[in-house]
Design a protein. Structure first.
Length: 275
């Protein structure tokens, strides 16, 4: 039988090696944790702004993808009664969220977001999907000048006198006009979520456009009959937006039927604008 004799020096050396190894392991763990913390802190909160005849639950598929990727989200409900009122709703939402934000806008939500982000330093950029991108003095109707007429005007259902009351997209026509590329179940869910809109939104002039100082991205819906694709491309080009096109997307198809690609566009925008 043999015995190994440890001297005081050998014990001290062994302990030193153990301590050094432990310290190195802890440093490695802390380095990884720190990297993850920096990565998480660099992620903006994504604020999703719906359009007319829509509501926050319409963003659910997009929110699910973003949350899976580690992003916090907010989706304020607009009044759809007046542009200035809706701009204040979005600004109040931005004020209540600490840190950086990235705005995502659909349809009339583009009018709201373009105004709400103006002059702010906590908004990194705006991602548009089939959305209006106004400049000072532009209205929804004036932005359509020179382009094919929107199909919406022929499919409105009024709660009172035409053009003197709130209106919906006619329930029976909603899928055809708004959501032609969606399955009937999802189209009906969006139809059920309609919020009536004030027709004055069509003619209200915009304030200054935030896109003059913020980076923007635009997802063009290639089969949209609400905002003609040619108009979408023109607005995106004027704003200097990075453009992707979803060739078969309806007016809402960009963030539903094409949700995987659209979520990736948002995440790419967040990463490209990281501090």
């Amino acid at each position: 039988m043999s015995f190994r004799v440890f001297t005081t020096r050998s014990v001290g050396s062994s302990m030193l090696i153990v301590l050094l190894s432990t310290a190195m392991a802890l440093a490695s763990i802390l380095s990884v944790a720190s990297a993850h913390a920096v990565q998480a802190s660099s992620r903006p909160t994504v604020v999703l702004v719906h359009g007319a005849w829509a509501s926050p639950p319409g963003w659910d598929l997009t929110v699910e993808r973003l949350k899976r990727a580690g992003y916090e989200t907010a989706a304020p409900q607009l009044s759809l009664l007046g542009l200035s009122l809706d701009v204040e709703i979005v600004r109040d939402t931005l004020d209540a969220i600490p840190g950086d934000k990235l705005l995502v806008a659909h349809s009339y939500g583009g009018m709201v977001s373009t105004n709400a982000a103006y002059g702010r330093t906590d908004v990194r950029g705006i991602v548009y999907t089939a959305a209006f991108v106004p400049d000072t003095g532009d209205s929804i109707l004036s932005l359509g000048s020179g382009f094919p007429e929107t199909a919406v005007l022929h499919h409105l259902e009024w709660l009172g006198e035409p053009f003197a009351s709130l209106c919906y997209i006619a329930r029976a026509d909603f899928r055809e006009v708004f959501a032609s590329d969606l399955n009937p179940k999802l189209a009906q869910e969006l139809n059920d979520g309609q919020i009536p809109a004030n027709p004055e939104l069509l003619v209200t002039p915009s304030g200054p456009g935030a896109w003059h100082t913020l980076p923007t991205w635009y997802a063009v819906s290639g089969k949209d009959v609400v905002i003609p694709p040619a108009q979408q491309r023109w607005m995106a080009e004027r704003a200097g937006s990075a453009v992707v096109e979803f060739p078969a997307a309806s007016h809402v198809g960009g963030y539903t039927h094409y949700v995987a690609q659209f979520a990736n566009l948002i995440i790419g925008a967040a990463e490209q604008t990281a501090p």
